[in-house]
Design a protein around this ligand. Structure first.
Ligand SMILES: Cc1cc2nc3c(=O)[nH]c(=O)nc-3n(C[C@H](O)[C@H](O)[C@H](O)COP(=O)(O)OP(=O)(O)OC[C@H]3O[C@@H](n4cnc5c(N)ncnc54)[C@H](O)[C@@H]3O)c2cc1C
Length: 473
């Protein structure tokens, strides 16, 4: 019996994953001569659409537009302690270049633009105009091919038919009423659960409500699509109790108010004590661990970067300070301590013992220079220069949540898997909604995998709904 469909394919979420999925589905349908009704549903209004993607600079772990960085697959596996799905990552690596060429063809330029990492272990390619340029370009192309983009439409429920295939969704629209749509296939690209305090506390734990999202975009990602998929049989994947963390200035309201200059300084807790080797390695490889330590180990979840006027001699230091708030400055360490409400005697003692431990050697801001501070706990492995040239400066730093790691398990076509590892017919997921990461985040891979798997899911969904039509004739 033929089923009346409102849409053949519905994509949930207007970030990089959702716009890639919608455009890929529309292009595939056109190439194959299929007349499909495709909709993209987005919780936010037009001016706020795009969740995290709207705000990211979108660094990509690419050697050039065609090739992923060296050791891409191995690094992703090692960082996850081998918990990530290797086939998924190999498929990501094999399709990254082709997918970026596809995005480029649509009108997005790529370049090696300045980043906030003054030292880095891997190259980072960027789309000119960041994630916003990607979603604007891909969504415009999708609209031109007939994709209906509907704003202020939040998907909150999903139904399966008697054979276990997706056949309907419930959508809450502006004003609060809800409608049911009959659909052939759903691609969930609705981000993680960082905007949902209840899920944050359930999975991340105590005080999770105190972890701010790194920008307002994350607040739209409330995790209901992950929950509802799991409620109807989807398997979870990714480390549910963890998230990608970044150190930011709590005074700033701007997106990604990062403080990435601390490797050239020291970090102290609110008692004025150091707690970490600030120069352990290049900033891109260590900022997440430091941000997490600030949240999990420090009183009141806060740290302070302490430095002096030499900070302002570091070439391009402004690139590494994305906060829009100025340094807290004082002529003496005692005055600085008073301003940041840290015990003065302890801060002075910490700085004096650090200064005495700094070893001779040449300081190089742009590479691991081996200029250490030793004989103190913790030691500092690189960039140890005495803090002695007032006025002294401080930046407060807290941990922010870039995205959550827990999501839905998918195969290499973006099909959502059941607990028994069978694809759930008609259900796809891409981007943050699809669980992937464990342990340490391999920087520059989240936008990339959103694009690659959004595109793959869109293409596969067309073949799925086309075969559905055949079955129903
Ligand atoms: C400031 C910042 C910097 C970053 N830097 C980088 C970087 O350099 N490199 C990198 O790779 N990654 C980076 N990331 C991470 C990366 O940007 C995101 O992980 C990625 O863009 C997520 O894309 P997405 O499409 O999965 O989700 P999002 O872009 O978050 O989109 C999800 C969309 O779904 C919508 N939505 C949510 N729930 C529903 C619902 N129930 N119904 C309808 N719509 C819904 C949301 O409103 C949103 O528009 C950064 C993130 C931020 C915030």
């Amino acid at each position: 019996m033929e089923r009346e469909l409102d849409y053949d394919i519905v994509v949930i979420g207007c970030g990089v994953a959702g716009t890639a999925a919608a455009l890929s589905a529309a292009e595939t349908a056109k190439e194959e001569g299929k007349d499909l009704q495709i909709a993209l549903l987005e919780r936010a209004d037009f001016d706020h659409r795009g969740g995290n993607s709207r705000w990211t600079a979108s660094y990509m772990r690419m050697k050039n537009i065609d090739e992923v960085a060296d050791n891409f697959v191995r690094d992703m596996m090692v960082f996850s302690d081998n918990y990530s799905d290797q086939k998924y990552i190999e498929t990501l690596a094999a399709n990254a270049g082709k997918t970026l060429r596809w995005v480029q063809e649509k009108g997005v330029d790529f370049d090696y633009l300045p980043t906030m990492f003054l030292t880095s272990s891997k190259p980072r390619l960027l789309p000119v105009g960041g994630g916003r340029a990607i979603i604007d370009t891909l969504s415009r192309r999708a609209s031109a091919l007939g994709v209906e983009i509907i704003y202020e439409a939040t998907v909150w429920d999903m139904k399966l038919d008697e054979d276990g295939a997706v056949n309907g969704i419930s959508v809450r629209v502006k004003g609060g009423s809800s409608l049911h749509l009959n659909v052939g296939s759903v691609i969930i690209a609705a981000g993680g659960f960082q905007g949902n305090q209840e899920m944050m506390s359930k999975y991340i734990g105590r005080d999770a409500h105190k972890i701010r999202t790194v920008c307002e975009g994350g607040l739209f990602n409330k995790g209901e699509a992950i929950r509802l998929a799991m409620d109807i049989g989807a398997k979870g994947a990714g480390q549910f109790d963890s998230f990608h963390a970044e150190p930011v200035d709590p005074r700033s309201k701007r997106e990604e108010a990062a403080v990435m200059t601390y490797p050239y300084a020291i970090l102290v807790d609110k008692n004025g004590k150091r707690f970490v080797d600030e120069g352990i390695t290049t900033i891109d490889e260590q900022y997440e661990a430091v941000a997490r330590k600030i949240f999990y180990d420090l009183p009141d979840h806060i740290a302070y970067m302490i430095s002096d006027q030499k900070m302002f001699d570091i070439p391009n230091y402004e690139q590494a300070l994305e906060t829009d708030k100025p340094a807290i400055e004082a002529n003496t360490l005692e005055e600085l301590a008073a301003k940041i409400e840290v015990p003065a005697d302890q801060l002075v003692a910490t700085v004096e013992s650090f200064n005495a431990a700094c070893q001779p050697g040449e300081f190089h801001f742009d590479k691991k220079d081996g200029k250490q501070a030793i004989g103190i706990t913790p030691p500092k492995s690189n960039w140890a220069i005495p803090i002695d040239q007032g006025p002294f400066i401080a930046y407060p730093i807290v941990c922010s949540n870039v995205f959550t790691n827990g999501g839905i398990a998918t195969d290499t076509n973006g099909r959502v898997l059941s607990q028994d590892d069978y694809p759930i017919p008609g259900m796809y997921a891409a981007g943050e909604t699809a669980g992937l990461y464990y342990g340490k985040y391999p920087g520059g891979t989240s936008v990339l995998r959103g694009l690659v798997y959004g595109r793959r899911a869109g293409k596969h969904a067309v073949s799925y709904v086309s075969n559905l039509e055949k079955l129903q004739v």
